[in-house]
Structure formats: C-alpha cells, structure tokens
Design a protein around this ligand. Structure first.
Ligand code: PXL
Length: 275
C-alpha cells in the first residue's frame, strides 16, 4: 500500500469559482503532495469578477467538522483562511489551543485582492486577540498588515513596524507580501522575533489574479507539513506560487486564476498522459 501523504487541514470559505478559498487550498495541498482536510467556515456566492454574498456556517458546525476528522486522522499542519464570524474565530481558536505543537498558518483575509470586504472591525480585533497569538506564521499582504496594526490615532506604521507589532501578539513569524505595493517588483519579507529572516522579490506579472494569497499560504502549510524549516518552506512556496501565477489562465470575464497544477501540463499546454 502506498504511504500516507502528510495531512493538512484548512479552515476556509468555499469559493465556487475555484480561484480562492478552500478550493485553492485543496488544489495546492494535492499539488504539493499532501492530503487536505477541509472545514468549511462560510459559503460565498462569487465568480471571477467578485463576491456577491457570504453565508457564515454556524460555529457549532465548524467545531463538529473539525473534531470529527481530528479524532480520526493526524494532522501535520493547519491553515486558517476566511472565517466568516466572530463566533467562528472563537471556535477555531479553541480547537487550535488543543494542538499547540502543530504548525498553524493564519492568512488574515480582511478583504479580497479586488477589494471585497471579508472581515468587519470586530472580527479583525477577535482575530488579533484569539487566533494570531497562536499562529506559527501569519501571511498578511501589506494592506492587511497595516489594517491589523492601525492604532487609535489612525497612524499607519511602516511594514517593519507592522511586523514587530504583529509578532508582539505572540505569533512566531510574519510573512508580509508586497503584491499590493506600488513597486516595480513584488517584495515579500519574512520576519521573526530577531528581525528579517529573508526577503524575496519577483517580476510583477501583468494582469490581476484571484487566489494568489490563498495559494501561497496553503503552499507554505504543505511545505511545513512535509517537515521543511520555515525559511525553506517560505522559499519553496513562493517559487510554487509564482509558477502557478505565471501559468495562470482567465476562465471567465474577470480575474486570472493560478494554475496550481502547472506541472501537469506539457510544453504544448496539453495534459500529460493524453495520446
Ligand atoms: O483571497 C481571500 C479569500 C479567501 N477565501 C475565500 C475568498 C477569498 C477572496 O475572494 O473568496 C472564500
């Protein structure tokens, strides 16, 4: 019998367009050799143009979905994406408190890349108080990093100071991504409690992508589940995400989606194994 792949679990919202959310996570986990478990936190109505509606799942259903699979299977790394409600944040935080030694990646999705609001002020505060302190790594984009650290005087911090403030909540590492900055290259910075651990930059791709942040954080989750140290996991996951984006496609009338199985296409763009 084949060996069991490392098992990853994502708490995520459903994106019927297959671009972001649990669909993005599951594809990324599979593409990177992990078996993905999915706890649905919310159902969205959306296409490649934007989000129409969000239905949060009841907190009790989050706990029940998670507890059931966790009693059956050993999980090597957890990811949290869209959460849906404050009650759901509390439910996930309570479950995660029972697994302090397993890596937890929190992608604080406050709004989608194209600006759809996903998290209220109260939810952002609950995320900072209950879940981020338990995280091994958080992966905010620069806009989210600023929004998470804005103080009462509405003063915006520079990204280094944002990282320091976020790490002071108790999480171990913060990867702040630069996709939304006005720079010619995309610059991502991984911070630890002793400062910057690594910085990676890429050529900015033309076009607008949906699901790139989910893909990156899921890829890091998969790499940590395989046992890689954080620094290597972040590097490998960034390379993988960049390749997925470079192979991206536009299935509808809106944004491009990453091809998380770019490696399954041959040079002519045909699927392998076809004759
Ligand atoms: O990109 C963040 C995100 C996460 N999860 C779901 C989403 C989005 C963005 O649209 O729809 C379900």
């Amino acid at each position: 019998m084949a060996n069991t792949p490392p098992i990853t679990l994502t708490f995520a919202g459903s994106d019927p367009s297959g671009g972001a959310g649990l669909q993005a996570d599951l594809m990324t986990f599979a593409s990177m050799g992990c078996h993905g478990l999915t706890v649905i936190t919310a159902i969205t109505v959306q296409d490649t143009l934007g989000i129409e509606n969000i239905l949060p799942i009841e907190a009790e259903w989050i706990s029940d979905q998670a507890r059931q699979v966790l009693e059956d299977m050993p999980v090597s790394a957890f990811k949290v994406g869209m959460i849906g409600s404050i009650e759901n944040i509390a439910a996930i935080a309570e479950i995660m408190a029972d697994y302090p030694d397993i890596p937890l990646i929190v992608d604080p999705v406050l709004s989608s890349g194209r600006g759809d609001e996903i998290s209220s002020e109260d939810m952002t505060r609950a995320l900072l108080e209950l879940l981020i302190p338990q995280a091994t790594l958080i992966t905010p984009n620069s806009l989210e990093a600023r929004r998470l650290t804005i103080d009462d005087q509405d003063e915006e911090l520079n990204l280094d100071s944002c990282a320091t403030k976020l790490l002071s909540t108790g999480c171990e590492y913060a990867l702040i991504t630069g996709t939304h900055e006005n720079t010619p290259k995309v610059l991502n910075t991984l911070y630890g409690h002793n400062g910057i651990i690594r910085q990676d930059s890429w050529k900015r791709l033309p076009g607008s992508y949906h699901g790139s942040g989910c893909t990156l954080s899921a890829a890091i989750t998969a790499m940590l589940a395989h046992g890689l140290p954080i620094e290597t996991a972040v590097k490998e996951a960034q390379d993988y995400t960049w390749e997925s984006l470079a192979a991206g496609f536009r299935p509808g009338m809106g944004q491009f989606l990453p091809d998380r199985f770019f490696w399954a296409q041959d040079a002519d763009g045909e699927e392998d194994g076809e004759s």
